[in-house]
Design a protein around this ligand. Structure first.
Ligand SMILES: O=C(O)CCC(=O)C(=O)O
Ligand SMILES: [Fe+2]
Length: 348
């Protein structure tokens, strides 16, 4: 374990000289450690504590009550321990995934967009607390995207934030069982898919490991089908344990920031081991809007694009090949909607 750098974010990012200096430091911290911490205020801390409490209450329910909370429209809902697959191996995390909560009357749901639909919440209290936590994470996400643009020296500090205006932000509320004689695997090595991963964990620790940038190491471009980052570097050092630090969230870049910055920022590989007791964490993903087609903002090949909604859908289908959501996408050929979305976005 090593001590992570902790940053205090301003109330508002205006582009001042102080913001630029802070942005440069954030970029530098990611380039050395792959991860950093931001200090959280008392409101964020209260909401986090409530979310971890609700998470404990929810996961303590009988399996049959939790297992009902799935939907063939959205990947939001319950994921049983062992259901998720990373690099062909089962992960032992138990998860409640939160995606954008859209009523069936929403035009995107009616049009059959993959992954779009109402969240199958367990109850209104859980819904309200998790929605409040997502809001707290989102405020931080928007500030960090502005500071990142400043730190990278981009001419417009809003260029990243604007991609995430109606972002496809989502969140994973996780419980890891205690390690057993059978396995110590929580989640296999992977990178996450969007712009930022902002997370909190309880005081158990012993779980999350990140891989810092390594000089000369070629990193997969996880958005390309033949370059999956799932399982990569799993058994190769260096991996650094991330200890829980009260009143902070951890933040690291995801695949889309690696793509947008042409590798100046790398999507941080991470993995989770099981601890000697249950461990609870929440990971939030600050994302571009679903239909956005992205191009590098700083160097890179301007002809290269990622359609974010396609990337998200591919990744979730890969993690949950047997889920009803995946089955319905395939049965109703909903991927053709993504093809049409991509084509219309590329037509001048
Ligand atoms: O448990 C953690 O700290 C991280 C979980 C994670 O990597 C994920 O949900 O993608
Ligand atoms: Fe992750």
């Amino acid at each position: 374990m090593r001590t992570l750098r902790t940053f205090q974010l301003p109330a508002e990012v205006t582009g001042s000289i102080w913001d630029i200096a802070l942005g440069v430091e954030l970029v530098r911290a990611w380039q050395t450690d792959g991860i950093l911490q931001v200090a959280t205020d008392s409101i964020a801390n209260a909401v986090t504590a409530a979310a971890l409490r609700e998470s404990r209450r929810f996961f303590a329910l009988p399996l049959r009550d939790k297992a009902r909370l799935v939907s063939d429209l959205t990947y939001a809902g319950y994921v049983a321990s062992g259901e998720e697959v990373t690099a062909g191996e089962q992960d032992f995390s138990e998860i409640f995934t939160v995606c954008k909560d859209l009523p069936t009357t929403d035009p995107r749901v009616r049009a059959g967009w993959p992954g779009h639909g109402p969240v199958p919440w367990p109850d209104p209290v859980y819904r309200d607390v998790m929605t409040a936590l997502m809001f707290q994470f989102g405020l931080i996400g928007d500030k960090i995207l502005k500071l990142t643009a400043l730190g990278l020296g981009l001419p417009d500090m809003n260029v990243l934030t604007e991609l995430a205006t109606d972002g496809w932000h989502h969140m994973r509320v996780l419980r890891f069982p205690a390690r057993s004689a059978v396995t110590a695997r929580g989640i296999g090595a992977h990178t996450d898919y969007g712009m930022l991963v902002i997370a909190t964990q309880d005081d158990v620790g012993q779980g999350l490991f990140v891989r810092p940038p390594v000089d000369g190491e070629k990193r997969p471009r996880n958005w390309l089908e033949h370059e999956s980052s799932a399982g990569v570097f799993e058994h190769e050092e260096p991996w650094h344990l991330v200890d829980p630090v009260p009143s902070t969230f951890t933040v690291f870049p995801g695949d889309i920031l690696q793509f947008l910055t042409a590798g100046e920022l790398l999507s941080t590989p991470h993995k989770v081991k099981l601890a000697d007791r249950d461990r609870y964490s929440v990971a939030y993903f600050h994302e571009p809007d679903f239909p956005v087609t992205l191009r590098p903002v700083n160097g890179g090949d301007p002809e290269e694009t990622i359609h974010y909604g396609t990337h998200f859908t591919n990744m979730f289908m890969r993690c949950y090949p047997d889920r009803v959501t995946t089955q319905r996408i395939l049965a109703e050929n909903r991927l053709s909607i993504l093809t049409r979305m991509r084509e219309s976005a590329l037509t001048p």
